[in-house]
Write a protein that binds this ligand. Structure first.
Ligand code: AMP
Length: 222
């Protein structure tokens, strides 16, 4: 199984591009840590309540929890899945090291790491108009990438689409601060390993999708 890592701030389009690829190429699966964590919160477990607090404070969830959820999900995908796009993991050098160990242990291949580059001003305006499907985790933007039918998820048909509680301006600012503190080290880590490429994520979604498709050598993007 190949692993592809998307690195970038919240609102940079990682999730939108990953779900587009998953829905148009059977050999890819999207693995969004944010979505996995929100699923755990919805289950109302004790673990879910702990996770909820970290997310609402704009903080990262502990490495132990996130890496366990990731490895469980990869195992669940099984050998029929050819490529997994990690959307939102790793977010720190410590997580990248945990991933590297896991990859070595399980014989996976880290194929690409793609950085989604974008400035903060644009992110805040994007996140303020972002709605998500609480069932499958798909994300939409009310102006730039609206669902085909108002308030209905294009991918799983669930309704309504909701504004995530951590997409409120104060939490967004805290999330971005946390992101910048950690991501430059993560980017350097992958740069030094010669694995990093980037896309200009300030461009429109179809441009970003097609640039990512070129990097991944897939022919599904118009
Ligand atoms: P996202 O949907 O990727 O924006 O993630 C939403 C929230 O989930 C983040 O703000 C973090 O609190 C948490 N989260 C997602 N991915 C990770 C990760 N790799 N490590 C720790 N916390 C994470």
């Amino acid at each position: 199984m190949n692993i592809v890592v998307f690195v970038g701030p919240p609102g940079s389009g990682k999730g939108s591009v990953a779900s587009y690829i998953e829905n148009n190429d059977d050999s890819f699966r999207q693995l969004s840590t944010g979505h996995l964590l929100r699923k755990e919160i919805k289950s109302n477990s004790e673990l879910g309540n702990m996770i909820n607090k970290s997310i609402l404070d704009g903080n990262l969830v502990s490495d132990d929890i996130v890496s366990t959820l990731i490895s469980n999900q990869i195992t669940e995908f099984g050998s029929s899945v050819k490529s997994v796009i990690l959307d939102g993991y790793p977010r720190t050098v410590e997580q990248a090291e945990l991933l590297e160990k896991y990859i070595k242990k399980t014989g996976l291949i880290l194929k690409n790491v793609i950085e989604f580059k974008i400035n903060d001003g644009l992110i805040i305006s994007r996140l303020e108009k972002r709605v998500s499907c609480s069932s499958c985790g798909a994300v939409f933007h009310l102006e730039n990438n609206p669902p085909s039918v108002k308030d209905v998820c294009d991918y799983c048909g669930s309704t309504p689409l909701v504004v995530r509680s951590d997409d409120q301006p104060d939490v967004i600012r805290q999330r971005l601060k946390g992101h910048h503190d950690k991501s430059s080290l993560l980017i350097s880590y992958y740069q030094e390993k010669g694995l990093l490429s980037f896309v200009d994520a300030s461009q429109n979604l179809s441009y970003v999708r097609s640039e990512v498709c070129k990097l991944l050598n897939v022919n599904i993007c118009k």
